[in-house]
Design a protein. Structure first.
Length: 455
């Protein structure tokens, strides 16, 4: 088995904006180096000043160097059949893969990370950065932060680590396809379920960096580590721990995620922390006196708990509500022109406005001031359990799980505080289930002290 031990230097930006300024590849059979390749590269863009100070590579040094496209064929041949090895392999691999794809080559070899390798071979080190590992293990590291100097040190670290492990332990660290963050292991991934719930990324101090929800937790977490992930390499290196919580159904995953983001305010959760870009459903009266229910962006001081992350989500629910309650959507401009003959818009202007306003007001009151006690039921975390979501007076009241039949005692569950977004999400699911009964979510309404299925 041949290993292509690699190091690169870059312009100091992401794979989308940055480029490689220097690359070194050393092929080894695990015992000795059998081929070497080193060159500066012209990145076709300026090098960040901070990177110049770190590496010593300047714009002038790379001006006459070959571009990646000029060496791509030879480099691709060099990597062919070899296991790609690097220290914090995600960083080097993604830059090289992106560079190959930009010139028409595919690049998806087996990979090995020497951070993970060193953790297995030399546990208990205070740090697994290349510089500190070399100092601790007595490995020479000359010409630091240059591709060949770092590659030479990585070659020696690779050889010593390989010699310290059994063949089975060593081969287990060769990854095909997915590249995990260096501080996570395959065992961490194996513990994840393929069920709905929330997951959390934590740093070395167990501070939550990101909270996400998923219908399939394992699949979604692995997507963060794929080549198309929005997570950059520096963020991946900060992930030291994974946590997860199964919820049984997607609705509870959304509620749990919203509440946790509201409480923990994680650094990497951007969308969940922007209430100013949400849409709310509002009832208002036009200049003509006609009532309308519309979606308005960035509205404040409204009693409506219906909040949407995007306008299309809100429009989908609003259109279903109008259809369910036979609200004419052609008023006022096209009244009587496109509707059925029995539509209330065929009449005098005064009678049409009166009927339309009354219907909208009734719908609004039903949505926001309902006296009903409703329970939304879905599948639970196992075959014997069910998830329930309780609504009182048109608002989310509480949610949880039960292994029993739906008991009237659920209606006495104490109020649970939820984030505003969680409240809106729950109401959207309730209205959708009422308008479109299906096998996944069923609505029961408390009537005469007994829950009855809504049909």
């Amino acid at each position: 088995m041949i290993f292509a031990i690699t190091d690169i230097e870059t312009t100091g930006e992401s794979t989308k904006r940055g480029a490689i300024t220097e690359i070194c590849v050393k092929l080894t059979d695990g015992e000795k180096v059998i081929q070497s390749f080193t060159t500066l590269l012209n990145p076709m863009r300026p090098i960040k000043s901070g990177v110049v100070a770190l590496t010593g590579i300047t714009d002038q040094m790379v001006r006459n160097a070959p571009s990646f496209a000029e060496i791509a064929a030879d480099l691709h041949h060099l990597f062919s059949g070899a296991v790609f090895v690097a220290h914090n392999v995600n960083f080097d691999f993604r830059f090289i893969q992106a560079a190959f794809e930009n010139v028409g080559y595919t690049f998806n070899p087996k990979k090995m990370c020497t951070v993970r390798l060193a953790r297995k071979a030399f546990p208990g080190q205070s740090s697994y950065s290349l510089g500190k590992l070399c100092a601790s293990l007595g490995i020479g590291l000359n010409n630091r932060h240059r591709a060949e100097g770092d590659t030479d040190a990585t070659v020696e670290l690779f050889k010593r680590s390989k010699a310290s492990l059994s063949e089975d332990d060593f081969k287990a660290l060769i990854q095909a396809g997915q590249v995990l963050p260096p501080h996570l292991t395959q065992e961490d991934i194996k513990k994840l379920p393929s069920t709905p719930g929330v997951y959390r990324f934590l740093d070395e101090n167990k501070k939550i960096k990101y909270i996400g929800k998923a219908i399939n937790i394992k699949k979604r977490v692995l997507q963060h580590f794929g080549k198309n992930s929005a997570r950059n390499n520096l963020e991946l290196e900060q992930i030291h721990y994974l946590e997860h919580l199964e919820t049984g159904c997607e609705l509870h995953a959304l509620l749990q995620e919203s509440n946790e983001i509201d409480q923990a305010w994680p650094e990497w959760n951007v969308l969940g922390k922007k209430p100013n870009i949400q849409w709310r459903m509002v009832l208002f009266e036009s200049f003509s006196g006609l009532h309308k229910i519309e979606l308005v962006k960035n509205v404040k001081n409204t009693e409506s708990p219906f909040i949407f992350k995007s306008k299309p989500l809100g429009e989908a629910l609003l259109n279903r509500i109008k259809k369910q309650h036979n609200i004419c959507v052609f008023l006022p401009k096209f009244a009587g022109k496109f509707c059925k003959e029995d539509c209330y818009c065929h009449g005098s202007e005064a009678s049409v406005m009166k009927e339309h306003n009354a219907r909208l007001k009734a719908v609004w009151n039903e949505l926001h001031h309902s006296e009903n006690v409703d329970v939304l039921i879905s599948k639970g975390r196992n075959a014997e359990e069910r998830s329930w979501t309780l609504f009182k007076h048109g608002c989310l009241h509480a949610w949880g799980h039960s292994q029993d039949n739906i008991e009237e005692s659920i209606a006495d569950t104490p109020f649970q505080k939820n984030a505003a977004l969680a409240q809106s999400i729950a109401l959207q699911y309730l209205q959708h289930a009422k308008l479109n009964p299906n096998h996944e979510y069923r609505v029961f309404t408390l009537k005469q002290n007994k829950f009855e299925l809504c049909t």
